[in-house]
Design a protein around this ligand. Structure first.
Ligand code: ADP
Ligand code: MG
Ligand code: MG
Length: 515
């Protein structure tokens, strides 16, 4: 492992001329390889891009950030067990019902999702197979100085786990720089010094979708099957999704794949009037043609703003009750709620956390290892742990070590440190239980430079590692048909920013230099 002094001298100081050279390489490589996003509307005057054709580089670090090898390996080695655990949670309706019922009355969004599940359950689910494209996010935690660093889980994503498409490109960009520009710096970094792990996130995630497509088309020998990417419109992070689309199509000899805006579900799809309830898609460019939808991959539907009216919920219900394989189902989406993460981690009165009690038998042998990645997370309910957490959360000193999270996805929803007490006090106390209180993880200091909107920011950074996983399981027989670790994402933000989302405008793409 690298010594602290080695970590501090990396990345090297660079001159203005070197920065210019690196920027020129990165700007062009990024666009040439689709490490790109659509520009924010606020940065481009409407008359400069009236037809929305412009793309710009995704925010990215100039160097791969140092990341402890033991932590990287630990995170990767656990992913299949995590996939299995979350597939088990999605199959455990009783467990989810208990959790959802606690927050139903104060969280309308979760309540609506649960209603969709109940409606389909009443009618009877027709599709047993369920697909998960997951991402488990971690930060490095350094305990005592002579102890090895460990990883602590930030959250587990079960819907729209993004950036897999851009992440493999970022790894390739840093590889390219390590074979060219870095060796030419005044303080050169040789190829040997820089250990960059392979990152096949695009390929691996695509093969998860293909596994579901294969399973569907095996059962239904129809040539006109398709895959749907259910998307937000407009979407700035479009190229991340496009990389996945192209990979799926390449892998499956150009199967039809369509992008369907969430708000268009009821206009462009219908459910066949058969016991099987096939989902039929009519492309707007050729409405006379019909495709049977094998897989619906959600890159939307996780945020209340995706459901502006009741017809959006009807659209969600239409997908859920259909025979298409969903990635994810409503139950799988709910399994990713922050409240579930808290319940798994919080010790029960018997002092063992629920994860151990509930899932050791049904889940995986590695539950003990998984639970070592948990940090302290508390409910804000009426339980003894909840009452203690309520006291901590409004204490001006204690609150500084915590983040408060609602049951939301996509970044920008959390409340940090000293902002917690006034926020909670602005809410009726009956609403507090829909939040969880989580200890802030403080990783060891790392330095890097970030290129964002053409400008280089330099300073202390915080890195968040995400490991992707793909899992296809049978909700009834509980059989797992496919379970793979699927590459990684490293996101890096300035250490003055609390949030880390790249799409939310806080973080940047990065890759690991293992130390
Ligand atoms: P979301 O589902 O919206 O992405 P997260 O739980 O991932 O919610 O929180 C968003 C960001 O907040 C993370 O990417 C991370 O930068 C920061 N964050 C969340 N939890 C913690 C924590 N326990 N310690 C430090 N930072 C955190
Ligand atoms: Mg999330
Ligand atoms: Mg997150």
């Amino acid at each position: 492992m690298a010594s602290p002094s080695e970590t501090l001298s990396y990345p090297p100081e660079i001159t203005a001329a070197e920065s210019k050279q690196l920027l020129s390489t990165i700007k062009d490589w990024s666009i040439a390889h689709g490490l790109a996003v659509r520009p924010p509307v606020s940065l481009v005057a409407a008359e400069a891009d009236p037809h929305g054709v412009l793309a710009t580089t995704a925010p990215v670090t100039l160097f791969p950030s140092p990341f402890p090898r033991v932590c990287f390996e630990q995170a990767r080695s656990m992913q299949r067990a995590y996939n299995h655990l979350y597939a088990s949670i999605a199959q455990d309706e009783d467990f989810l019902r208990d959790i959802v019922q606690e927050i139903l009355e104060v969280d309308e969004f979760i309540a609506e999702l649960w209603q969709v599940h109940l409606k389909v359950k009443k009618e009877g689910y027709v599709q047993n197979l369920s697909l998960g494209l997951f991402r488990s996010d971690y930060m490095v935690h350094q305990g005592a100085e002579n102890e090895p660093p460990v990883i602590k889980q930030v959250e587990f994503n079960t819907i729209a786990s993004s950036f897999g498409g851009l992440s493999s490109q970022t790894s390739k960009l840093h590889k390219h720089l390590s074979l060219s520009d870095y060796a030419l710096l005044e303080t050169p970094i040789s190829r040997k010094e820089i250990d960059l792990p392979e990152n096949e996130s695009t390929k691996s995630l695509a093969s998860g979708i293909c596994a579901a497509f294969d399973a569907y088309s095996k059962l239904v020998p129809i040539h006109d099957c398709c895959v749907i990417f259910l998307v937000q419109d407009p979407e700035r992070n479009i190229f991340d999704q496009r990389h996945l689309e192209y990979e799926v199509q390449q892998n499956q000899s150009n199967i039809p794949l369509f992008r369907l805006p969430f708000g268009e579900i009821l206009r462009q799809t219908v459910i066949a009037d058969t016991p099987k309830r096939q989902l039929l898609y009519h492309p707007p460019s050729k409405p006379s043609q019909t495709f049977e939808v094998a897989v619906v991959y959600f890159r939307s539907g996780y945020d209340p703003s995706d459901y502006p009216d009741s017809s959006a919920w009807e659209g969600r219900l239409q997908i859920e009750r259909s025979n298409a394989i969903k990635c994810p189902t409503v139950l799988t989406q709910l399994a990713g709620a922050k409240k579930v993460q808290q319940v798994l981690a919080t010790p029960t009165p018997s002092s063992e956390p629920s994860i151990v009690i509930r899932f050791k038998k049904t889940g995986t042998a590695e539950i003990d290892n998984l639970s070592k990645t948990f940090t302290n997370i508390y409910p804000l309910d009426d339980s003894p742990a909840g009452l203690e957490a309520r006291r901590l959360a409004v204490d001006p000193e204690h609150c500084k070590g915590y983040v408060l999270k609602p049951q939301r996805e996509g970044g920008g929803n959390n409340i940090y440190r000293s902002a917690i007490p006034p926020f909670l006090k602005s809410l009726p106390e009956t609403h507090w239980k829909s939040y969880i209180l989580m200890e802030i993880i403080t990783p060891p200091p790392v330095h890097n430079l970030i290129l964002r909107n053409g400008v280089v920011e330099k300073g202390g950074v915080i890195c968040e590692l995400g490991i992707y996983g793909t899992c296809l399981w049978d909700q009834t027989s509980k059989e797992v048909l496919h379970n793979e670790e699927a590459g990684y994402l490293l996101r890096t933000k300035g250490n003055k920013s609390e949030e880390g989302g790249v799409a939310a405008g806080f973080g940047s793409m990065d890759s690991c230099r293992l130390i």
